[in-house]
Design a binder for this molecule. Structure first.
Ligand code: ATP
Ligand code: MG
Length: 158
Protein backbone atom coordinates (compact mmCIF):
# COMPACT_ATOMS: atom_id res chain seq x y z
CA UNK A 1 0.00 0.00 0.00
CA UNK A 2 0.98 3.65 -0.37
CA UNK A 3 2.46 5.01 2.82
CA UNK A 4 3.89 8.33 3.91
CA UNK A 5 7.32 6.96 4.71
CA UNK A 6 8.32 9.92 6.88
CA UNK A 7 5.44 9.31 9.32
CA UNK A 8 5.93 5.58 9.13
CA UNK A 9 9.62 5.96 10.06
CA UNK A 10 8.81 8.39 12.89
CA UNK A 11 6.33 5.91 14.40
CA UNK A 12 8.86 3.10 14.42
CA UNK A 13 11.57 5.30 15.92
CA UNK A 14 9.05 6.47 18.57
CA UNK A 15 8.48 2.90 19.65
CA UNK A 16 12.19 2.28 20.10
CA UNK A 17 12.67 5.57 21.86
CA UNK A 18 9.95 4.76 24.41
CA UNK A 19 11.18 1.22 25.01
CA UNK A 20 14.92 1.81 25.20
CA UNK A 21 16.63 1.23 28.50
CA UNK A 22 20.11 2.27 27.43
CA UNK A 23 21.55 5.72 27.65
CA UNK A 24 21.52 6.38 23.92
CA UNK A 25 20.42 9.60 22.22
CA UNK A 26 18.25 9.57 19.13
CA UNK A 27 18.69 12.12 16.39
CA UNK A 28 16.22 12.38 13.50
CA UNK A 29 17.15 13.97 10.20
CA UNK A 30 13.86 13.50 8.44
CA UNK A 31 12.04 15.72 5.94
CA UNK A 32 9.18 17.82 7.29
CA UNK A 33 6.99 16.92 4.31
CA UNK A 34 5.39 13.70 3.15
CA UNK A 35 7.12 11.16 0.93
CA UNK A 36 4.80 8.50 -0.41
CA UNK A 37 6.22 5.11 -1.32
CA UNK A 38 4.57 1.79 -2.03
CA UNK A 39 5.58 -0.69 0.65
CA UNK A 40 4.42 -3.71 2.57
CA UNK A 41 4.20 -2.20 6.05
CA UNK A 42 4.79 -5.46 7.91
CA UNK A 43 7.90 -6.30 5.92
CA UNK A 44 9.26 -2.77 6.15
CA UNK A 45 8.64 -2.74 9.90
CA UNK A 46 10.74 -5.89 10.12
CA UNK A 47 13.55 -4.30 8.10
CA UNK A 48 13.70 -1.23 10.33
CA UNK A 49 13.26 -3.25 13.48
CA UNK A 50 16.24 -5.46 12.64
CA UNK A 51 18.49 -2.56 11.69
CA UNK A 52 17.58 -0.36 14.67
CA UNK A 53 17.90 -3.28 17.10
CA UNK A 54 21.47 -3.77 15.92
CA UNK A 55 22.25 -0.06 16.20
CA UNK A 56 21.15 -0.14 19.83
CA UNK A 57 22.68 -3.52 20.62
CA UNK A 58 26.10 -2.46 19.37
CA UNK A 59 25.99 1.13 20.71
CA UNK A 60 28.08 2.25 23.69
CA UNK A 61 26.67 4.03 26.74
CA UNK A 62 25.99 7.63 25.83
CA UNK A 63 26.13 6.94 22.11
CA UNK A 64 23.97 8.56 19.49
CA UNK A 65 21.84 6.86 16.87
CA UNK A 66 20.96 8.97 13.86
CA UNK A 67 18.02 8.32 11.57
CA UNK A 68 17.83 9.90 8.15
CA UNK A 69 16.01 9.92 4.85
CA UNK A 70 17.58 11.32 1.70
CA UNK A 71 15.69 11.89 -1.51
CA UNK A 72 17.27 11.11 -4.84
CA UNK A 73 15.78 11.33 -8.28
CA UNK A 74 14.16 7.93 -8.42
CA UNK A 75 14.67 6.57 -4.91
CA UNK A 76 14.90 7.44 -1.27
CA UNK A 77 17.82 6.38 0.91
CA UNK A 78 16.96 5.44 4.47
CA UNK A 79 19.80 5.22 7.00
CA UNK A 80 20.47 4.32 10.59
CA UNK A 81 23.89 5.16 11.96
CA UNK A 82 25.45 4.48 15.34
CA UNK A 83 28.66 5.23 17.21
CA UNK A 84 29.24 1.65 18.23
CA UNK A 85 31.97 -0.95 17.91
CA UNK A 86 31.88 -0.91 14.12
CA UNK A 87 32.63 -3.83 11.82
CA UNK A 88 36.14 -4.85 10.78
CA UNK A 89 36.81 -4.33 7.08
CA UNK A 90 37.37 -8.02 6.39
CA UNK A 91 33.92 -8.93 7.72
CA UNK A 92 31.89 -6.22 6.06
CA UNK A 93 31.10 -8.29 2.98
CA UNK A 94 29.48 -11.03 5.02
CA UNK A 95 27.15 -9.35 7.45
CA UNK A 96 24.10 -9.82 5.20
CA UNK A 97 24.73 -13.59 5.00
CA UNK A 98 22.47 -15.88 6.97
CA UNK A 99 23.78 -16.85 10.40
CA UNK A 100 26.88 -14.72 9.97
CA UNK A 101 28.06 -12.93 13.09
CA UNK A 102 31.34 -11.14 13.53
CA UNK A 103 33.01 -13.64 15.79
CA UNK A 104 34.35 -11.64 18.64
CA UNK A 105 33.76 -11.88 22.35
CA UNK A 106 32.08 -8.50 22.22
CA UNK A 107 29.26 -9.73 19.97
CA UNK A 108 29.11 -13.28 21.31
CA UNK A 109 28.04 -12.10 24.72
CA UNK A 110 25.32 -9.92 23.19
CA UNK A 111 23.56 -12.91 21.68
CA UNK A 112 21.62 -13.28 18.45
CA UNK A 113 21.30 -15.72 15.59
CA UNK A 114 22.85 -13.72 12.78
CA UNK A 115 19.62 -13.65 10.79
CA UNK A 116 18.51 -10.06 11.34
CA UNK A 117 20.35 -8.47 8.44
CA UNK A 118 19.82 -11.42 6.07
CA UNK A 119 16.07 -11.00 6.56
CA UNK A 120 16.32 -7.23 6.17
CA UNK A 121 18.15 -7.71 2.88
CA UNK A 122 15.55 -10.14 1.58
CA UNK A 123 12.72 -7.76 2.47
CA UNK A 124 14.45 -4.74 0.91
CA UNK A 125 15.04 -6.75 -2.26
CA UNK A 126 11.35 -7.65 -2.41
CA UNK A 127 10.69 -3.91 -2.52
CA UNK A 128 13.11 -3.44 -5.41
CA UNK A 129 15.73 -1.73 -3.26
CA UNK A 130 19.30 -2.37 -2.19
CA UNK A 131 20.94 -2.42 1.23
CA UNK A 132 24.54 -1.68 2.17
CA UNK A 133 26.80 -0.83 5.06
CA UNK A 134 29.58 1.60 5.78
CA UNK A 135 31.50 1.10 8.97
CA UNK A 136 34.71 1.92 10.76
CA UNK A 137 35.96 -0.27 13.52
CA UNK A 138 35.71 1.53 16.83
CA UNK A 139 33.88 4.48 15.26
CA UNK A 140 30.48 3.26 14.21
CA UNK A 141 28.26 1.75 11.58
CA UNK A 142 25.77 3.08 9.08
CA UNK A 143 23.25 0.82 7.44
CA UNK A 144 21.44 2.30 4.45
CA UNK A 145 18.85 1.00 2.05
CA UNK A 146 17.11 2.39 -0.98
CA UNK A 147 13.46 2.27 -1.96
CA UNK A 148 12.29 3.05 -5.46
CA UNK A 149 10.29 6.21 -5.54
CA UNK A 150 8.45 8.01 -8.26
CA UNK A 151 8.16 11.65 -7.59
CA UNK A 152 4.76 12.69 -8.87
CA UNK A 153 3.34 16.17 -9.19
CA UNK A 154 0.90 15.38 -6.42
CA UNK A 155 3.83 14.96 -4.04
CA UNK A 156 4.87 18.54 -4.60
CA UNK A 157 1.42 19.67 -3.55
CA UNK A 158 1.15 17.73 -0.34
P1 ATP B 1 20.00 -11.39 15.26
O1 ATP B 1 19.75 -10.10 14.52
O2 ATP B 1 19.58 -12.58 14.47
O3 ATP B 1 19.50 -11.36 16.65
P2 ATP B 1 22.72 -10.55 15.01
O4 ATP B 1 22.37 -9.16 15.42
O5 ATP B 1 24.02 -11.09 15.48
O6 ATP B 1 21.59 -11.56 15.43
P3 ATP B 1 22.55 -9.59 12.28
O7 ATP B 1 21.57 -8.56 12.71
O8 ATP B 1 22.26 -10.32 11.00
O9 ATP B 1 22.74 -10.69 13.41
O10 ATP B 1 23.98 -8.93 12.15
C1 ATP B 1 25.09 -9.74 11.73
C2 ATP B 1 26.36 -9.31 12.42
O11 ATP B 1 26.76 -8.04 11.91
C3 ATP B 1 26.24 -9.09 13.92
O12 ATP B 1 26.45 -10.28 14.63
C4 ATP B 1 27.34 -8.09 14.21
O13 ATP B 1 28.57 -8.75 14.32
C5 ATP B 1 27.37 -7.26 12.92
N1 ATP B 1 26.59 -6.01 13.05
C6 ATP B 1 25.34 -5.77 12.57
N2 ATP B 1 24.94 -4.53 12.85
C7 ATP B 1 25.95 -3.94 13.53
C8 ATP B 1 26.15 -2.63 14.11
N3 ATP B 1 25.22 -1.68 14.02
N4 ATP B 1 27.34 -2.40 14.70
C9 ATP B 1 28.29 -3.36 14.78
N5 ATP B 1 28.16 -4.59 14.28
C10 ATP B 1 27.02 -4.89 13.66
MG1 MG C 1 20.61 -8.26 14.64
Amino acid sequence: EWVNFVNFYHRIIDRFEMAKEQNVTFSRKLPDYAIFVEIDEDKMTQVLYNIISNALKYSPEGGQVTFSIKEEEDKIIVSVSDQGVGIPKENIGKIFDRFYRVDKARTRKLGGTGLGLAIAKEMVNVHGGAIWVTSKEGKGTKISFSLPYERSEEDEWS
